[in-house]
Design a protein around this ligand. Structure first.
Ligand SMILES: [Mn+2]
Length: 461
């Protein structure tokens, strides 16, 4: 290991370096400026020959040593770099300066520039942001502490962001399920979201507006009361806490509100809380929050803020890849696999469309088969269709540079059922009754022909 040789331009910058706290293994030197009369900075060794190769040679640089130049003066930096190059031609150089930009520096095979005070400033700003989050948690804990029973309320049909945040808030408040249950006006419906609550062992209770009376306080996460309709139940119009990233709404009271519309997920806010209090983060919690951020930002895609990315990378070290895989790739039941086998046995990709018709299956099999279908050679679109209860349900995937999947699905289901989605993922539902009225029956071959035609038209239209 080589040494770090710090070369400061003048006594003032040397003293600044000393005040920041020099590392033990650093060789501290300074080059006195002209007419500099103040005393030698403590701990620093003066380079009496100034910015010359002789000065640097006196330090007996060896292979492996690294240099840092601390200066706000471009000519000083250029002269000193050339002195270092002469005395130690292989040495890497870090220039620390707020005023001198990279384009004022000479060509050099191994040179980096960074700010000096601005670098410290960024760290300090970061700490103040942790402090603001800590203050939020202190306020939250003080407010909730006296309440016997807190309802942590999620939106109806709770999504991964909401579920993760509810779980995180409960742990932050040091509560357990009986004194702070996760509640919602509607149940967790989507198969992916059910896979999440099952894999993580999180319980979300469905409540009626009347049942809210049993709670001494309400905290809403990833939702604001206005979501509950034009005239939300009386009890949710005045709540204790709202933590959300959707645009701020009026028309309700909240003692503590923390709403950050620039964030891609509420899980990012909860992660900042956890980080600020230095709470231990277990793999289940980290996985829940990682999945919440991923699903709300469509895998850190558009509408992702730098805070979302910071939270994601913080959590990533703690999450469980095994649990995450179970959520994202739920287990396929045997009959689902057999249905897939039959559909694959005579599969073809026609005009870039890979359509797999499964027959009657469990609903969560369908999106997984659609994911798989897109891997077929030549496929730009994959559609997996199956019968669930009295509906024809289909999931759609595409490679991303074609027409938006959501639009295509809306065109396909028009007048027949419901559907929608994003650019590369979508879902449609057509009641079997409506399908039969148009196409005569619901045999596999009929579904296949009908969907293929409808998709060809919608994609080309
Ligand atoms: Mn959200």
């Amino acid at each position: 290991m080589g040494r770090r040789i710090i070369v400061c331009d003048g006594a003032e910058l040397a003293r600044l370096w000393g005040r920041i706290g020099a590392a033990d293994d650093e060789v501290l030197t300074w080059i006195p400026r002209e007419k500099e009369s103040r005393a030698r900075p403590p701990g620093f060794h003066a380079l009496q020959q100034g910015r010359s190769a002789e000065s640097i040679s006196r330090l007996e640089p060896e292979d492996g040593d690294e240099f840092a130049l601390v200066s706000e003066d471009a000519p000083f930096i250029r002269a000193t770099i050339s002195a270092i190059d002469e005395a130690a031609p292989w040495a890497p150089v870090l220039v620390l300066s707020d005023k001198v930009d990279s384009d004022e520096l000479p060509e050099h095979p191994c040179l980096l520039r960074a700010g000096l005070r601005s670098l410290i400033r960024d760290d300090i700003d970061q700490e103040f942001s942790h402090l603001a989050n800590l203050q939020r948690v202190v306020d939250l804990r003080n407010l909730i502490e006296p309440l016997d029973k807190l309802g942590i309320m999620l939106q109806p049909d709770p999504d991964p962001d909401g579920i993760a945040c509810g779980y995180a808030l409960r742990l932050l408040l040091g509560r357990k399920r009986p004194t702070a249950p996760l509640i919602s006006f509607g149940e967790v419906k989507r198969p992916e979201n059910r896979a999440m609550v099952e894999a993580l062992g999180i319980d979300v209770r469905t409540v009626t507006p009347e049942e809210l009376e049993e709670f001494d306080g309400l905290a809403l996460v990833d939702v604001q009361p206005t979501v509950f309709g034009e005239s939300p139940p009386e009890r949710v119009r005045s709540v204790d806490v709202v933590i959300d990233h959707h645009p701020e709404r009026n028309g309700y009271q909240a003692t503590i509100r923390d709403i950050r519309p620039s964030y891609g997920s509420t899980a990012t806010i909860l992660t900042e809380y956890i980080r600020a209090v230095g709470m231990e983060i277990n793999p289940r919690l980290a996985t829940a929050l990682v999945y919440g951020i991923k699903s709300d930002t469509q895998l850190l895609g558009r509408e992702t803020s730098r805070q979302d990315i910071a939270a994601f990378s913080y959590l990533h070290a703690f999450h469980s890849p095994a649990i995450l895989r179970r959520i994202e790739r739920p287990q396929l039941p045997s009959d689902g696999l057999r249905a897939l086998g039959r559909a694959l046995s005579n599969t073809t990709v026609e005009e870039g469309i890979h359509l797999l018709v499964l027959g009657r299956v469990r609903e969560d099999v369908i999106p997984q088969v659609a994911d798989l279908g897109l891997q077929a050679e030549g496929a730009e679109w994959a559609i997996a269709a199956g019968i669930v209860n009295s509906d024809l349900v289909f999931s759609v995937r595409n490679v991303g540079h074609v027409r938006a999947a959501g639009e295509v699905v809306r065109a396909v289901v028009e007048g027949l059922g419901v559907g929608g989605g994003h650019r590369s993922m979508a879902k449609g539902i057509i009641p079997l009754k409506a399908f039969r009225e148009v196409y005569g029956n619901t045999r596999r071959e009929t579904i296949r022909t009908a969907l293929l035609d409808a998709f060809l038209n919608a994609i080309q239209g």
